[in-house]
Design a protein around this ligand. Sequence first.
Ligand SMILES: [Mn+2]
Length: 368
Amino acid sequence: MKIAAIGDTHLGYSRFYDDSFIQAKAAFRDADQKADLILFLGDLYDSRVPSIQVLGEAISLFRELKTPVFAIHGNHERRSRGLLNPVGLMESAGLLKHLHMNHEVFEKDGERVFIAGMGNVPDDLAGRAMEKLREKIAPPEDTFSILMLHQSFREFVYGENLPSINDLEPLKYSLYLNGHIHTQKEGREGNFLIPGSTVLTQLTQEETKPKGYLLYDTKEKTHEFVEIPSREFILEELEFEKATPSEISEKTKEMAEAVFRASPEAILRIKLKGTMAQGFRSTDLSIPRAHNLYIDNRMDEKRIKREIMKLRELRESRVSLKEVSEKRLRERLEGKVSFFDPQKLFEHLLEGPETGMEYLKMKRPKRL
Ligand SMILES: [Mn+2]
C-alpha cells in the first residue's frame, strides 16, 4: 500500500497567501494520483478560525480528492475543549477523518493498516497525552501501524523539557509520522518521519531546500520525498566594514536587483552583517523595499552585543559593590556600636542619607 504524508500546509498564511494554496494543491493533487491513503499531519490552516474565503477554497480542494484523507489538527488549529476546530469542521463536512486520540483501520486489496492520531497538545502536556494514548489505543502486533503526531521533539527543536523520539518506544507503532517541524527530517532509523511544510514560513537556511511530501510504501517499508513545484527561496549575506548607511543600502539594492533579474519569482532574504562607519548606528539604515525581499539587519551586532554585555556586567558589579560595602560597614562597626544594626543602617542608607540619619536618630540611646 502507498501512503502519502502531507503536513503543515498553513492555508491562508498571510505572508505567502497564494503560495499556501498553490503548493498545498500541488501536494494533495499529486498524492491523490500516487497514494491509496493520504495522512495529513496538522496545521492544514494557518488559523484556528480561518476566513470563509480560506475555508471555501480548502473545501473545493478536498472535494476533488478521490483518495481518503485521515488527519489530525496542529497547534495552529487547537481550540479549547468542547469547541470545534477547523480540522473537525472538515470531518463534519465529510471531507476527511479527524483522528485525535482515535484510530481507524484502513483496508485495501486485503492489506490492513492500523492508523492512530494525536492532534497537537501543548509541550508540557505531551508526555501525559502520549501516556493516555497508550492506555486508550493499542496497535495490534500483527498489523502495520502508524501514529500521526504534531509535536516538537528535542532531536529537532531546541527547547527545555521536550520529549525525545525515543520516548515513543513504549507506544509500539511500526511507523511514526510527525508534522509541526517545517523541514523534512527523519529519525529512529527511518521509522520516524517528518515531511516538512508545503509552504515557506521561517525563511531559515534549512528552508532553502525544496518543499514536498512523503510517499511511504508499506510493503517495502521505504519512503521517498516527493518534491512539489514551490517558490524558490534564496538566502544571501552581505558583509560590510565601517560602511555608511548609503553604501549599505546601495549594495543591498544592487544585490536584490541582480537576484530578481535572474529569478523574478524568488523570495529573497539578505542578511546584513559587519560594522558601520564612525558615528552611524544600525538604526540609521534606510532599507530598500521590494516585493518578496526580506532584509535581516544584523549590522553592528557585535557592538550591540558588547554593549549589552557591558550593561549586564555593570548591573552585576553594582550588586557586588553593594555587597562589598555592606560587608565593610559591618566589619568596621563590629564591636564598636551596639545601639543599631549595621545591616539595617546600610539598607536605610541605600534609600538616601536622610533615611539613614532618621534611622540613627530613632535608634540613638536617649542618654546621648
Ligand atoms: Mn506548522
